[in-house]
Design a protein around this ligand. Structure first.
Ligand SMILES: CC(C)(COP(=O)(O)OP(=O)(O)OC[C@H]1O[C@@H](n2cnc3c(N)ncnc32)[C@H](O)[C@@H]1OP(=O)(O)O)[C@@H](O)C(=O)NCCC(=O)NCCS
Length: 177
């Protein structure tokens, strides 16, 4: 960590900005939603970037955005909504680093688990999520626009429902015993 950012050569992981919305929307269209129709357009990405219950991060380098990820935080569970890396920057560990940031955020937020859906044929994403400790929970027929099956995977972070122990204030240092 350096000034709140992670640095690796000239690639920086940082929160997405409003101005990134067009690029992230295009990446979603071409890399995530290809062949399905385009739902994550610029205005939707802008809303996700501004949303208080989502975290959107980018892997930025001098020439532009190399990858990005968006996670939604609920009361008990987190949902990995979008994740993509530019084709010429794939297999260089960028997705692992983006997902690692969000996994750490979910841990700190106290999430019990992280959920993700991926297209059944997406072997790259499946291999990535398995490597990150996700396991398949179910298949959802027609999940994608009624056309394609989704695989839902989950990464458990803590036992569901278990609440952290109540905080007990330390004794006052000037207390007399
Ligand atoms: C899936 C995706 C995000 C992976 O990004 P990436 O930066 O290339 O992934 P990493 O380099 O961090 O890969 C980590 C590991 O995941 C697995 N993996 C990643 N891509 C893979 C592929 N094409 N085939 C097999 N395994 C793959 C490997 O185990 C890899 O480790 P290795 O390179 O040491 O073998 C990227 O391929 C992508 O953007 N695909 C299109 C969009 C998409 O499918 N998003 C996810 C679903 S929403």
């Amino acid at each position: 960590m350096h000034n709140g950012r992670m640095r690796y050569h000239d690639l920086v992981l940082e929160p997405a900005r409003r101005g990134d919305a067009p690029v992230l929307a295009a990446m979603s269209r071409d890399l995530i939603e290809a062949g399905l129709g385009w739902e994550y357009r610029e205005d939707r990405l802008a809303r996700l970037i501004a949303s208080a219950d989502h975290v959107a991060i980018v892997a930025r380098e001098r020439r532009g955005v190399a990858g990005f990820a968006v996670m939604q935080f609920g009361d008990e569970h987190a949902h990995l909504v979008l994740l993509a890396v530019q084709p010429d920057r794939q297999r260089q560990g960028i997705a692992v680093r983006l997902a690692g940031w969000l996994l750490q955020s979910a841990l700190v937020a106290g999430s019990a688990s992280i959920h993700v859906e991926l297209r059944e044929a997406n072997v790259a994403a499946r291999a990535l999520y398995e490597r990150l400790g996700f396991a398949e929970t179910m298949r959802l027929d027609g999940y994608y626009r009624g056309r394609e099956t989704a695989v839902r995977m989950i990464r458990v972070l803590r036992p569901p429902g278990a609440t952290p122990p109540a905080w007990i204030p330390p004794p006052r240092s000037d207390a007399r015993h």
